[in-house]
Design a protein around this ligand. Sequence first.
Ligand SMILES: NC(=O)c1ccc[n+]([C@@H]2O[C@H](COP(=O)([O-])OP(=O)(O)OC[C@H]3O[C@@H](n4cnc5c(N)ncnc54)[C@H](OP(=O)(O)O)[C@@H]3O)[C@@H](O)[C@H]2O)c1
Length: 342
Amino acid sequence: MKAIVQERYGSPDDLELREVEKPVVGDDDVLVRVRAASIHPDVWHVVNGQPYVLRLMGAGFFRPKNPIPGTDMAGIVECVGKGVTRFRAGDPVFGETIAAHQWINGGAFAEYVSVRQDLLAPKPDNITFEQAASVPTSGYIALQNLRDWRRLRPGRTVLINGAGGGVGTLTLQIAKACGAHVTAVDSAGKLAMLRSLGADELIDFTQVDFTRRGVRYDLIFDVPGNRPFSACRRALKSDGRYVLIGHERFGASGKRVFGGIPYFLMLIFLSRFVKQLRGPCIPMPTKKEAMAVLRELLEAGKITPVIDSIYRLSEAREAFRHMIEDDIQGKVIITICPVLNR
Ligand SMILES: NC(=O)c1ccc[n+]([C@@H]2O[C@H](COP(=O)([O-])OP(=O)(O)OC[C@H]3O[C@@H](n4cnc5c(N)ncnc54)[C@H](OP(=O)(O)O)[C@@H]3O)[C@@H](O)[C@H]2O)c1
C-alpha cells in the first residue's frame, strides 16, 4: 500500500510517500481502507520529535517506533479480526487509531490502517469522510476537558480562547448545544466563521485582552494558554472554572524538553488551594464513550466540522507546512483514496 513514511524526527521535509506492507490485523482489530485523514498539532509533535519527553512516552527514542504518522481517519472497513463484533466489511467508520495519549504515530496517513474496534464508531451519513476524519482527536480533547458538564447549562457563560482551531470550533458548538452563552476569542479573520458556528460574542485577540474587560465567566476554556492563570483569573467568576488545553505553537513556545507538562502539574498542585482549577481526579471518558457522544452530536447536526483545506496523500509535506505557517480555520485534511471520494 502507499503510505507517508517518517524515518526520523525532523520537519515535514522528512516525510516521504512510499510503498509499504499492509498492516497486520489482530483478533480485535478492524482493517480500514482510509479515505480521509486529518492533521492536528499533536501529529506535528511526533513528526518533529519535540518536546523530547514524548520519545520516552512511547513514540520511540531515536526514531519513531511506528514510521507512519497520523491518528485520525475515516474510511471503509475492509476486513475484521475474528474477535470483532461491532463492524463488518463495507461499514463506513471513523475514529482515532491510537488507544493512549496523542504523542505517538498512529499509521493513519496510509491507504490502510489497522485499528482496535473500541476506537471506532460508525460514520454518520450526514457528513463526508473528510469531515468525519477531522473530529476524533479534537472532539476527544473537547469532551475530556468539558467533563464538568455542570458548567454548560443554559445561562452559563463560557469563554473559549483559541476558538477558531480544531478543538475550539468543536468546543464552541458543544457548549452552544448545551445552551451556554459563548464568547469566542481568536484572530480577526476567523470571527465570521465563529459567528456562523453560533458564538454569541466575539473578541479579536490582537485588539482586546479578554482578561482586562471586566467581564467574568463561568468557564474559561483556554487553548493557547498564552496568558498566565493569574491573569485569566481576573475574568473568572469566584466559583468559575479555568481549563487549560495548551498549545506549543509548533515549537515557538520554546519548551523543547517537557513541553507544557510542568505548567499543567503546577496548576494541578495549585488546585489544592484554588477551587477555580481542576484537581487530578477528574473522570475521563474512554475513547469509545467519546466517539459515541461525538457521533450522536454529528448525526443530530449539533456539531458541524470545519474544514480548512484538503490535500492529497502525496502532498502531505505541503499540508503540514500550511498548518504550521498559515492562519487556518478548522482542520487540514489529507484524502487518501480520492477516486473513491466522489
Ligand atoms: N489538554 C489536553 O487534554 C490536551 C490533550 C491533547 C492535546 N492537547 C493540545 O491541544 C492543542 C489542540 O489545539 P487545536 O487543535 O485546537 O490547535 P489549532 O487548530 O492550532 O488551534 C489553535 C487556535 O488558537 C489560536 N490562537 C493562537 N494564538 C492565540 C492567542 N494569543 N489568543 C487566542 N487564540 C490564539 C490559533 O490561531 P492562529 O491559527 O491564527 O495561530 C488557532 O485558531 C494542541 O496543541 C495539543 O497539543 C491538549
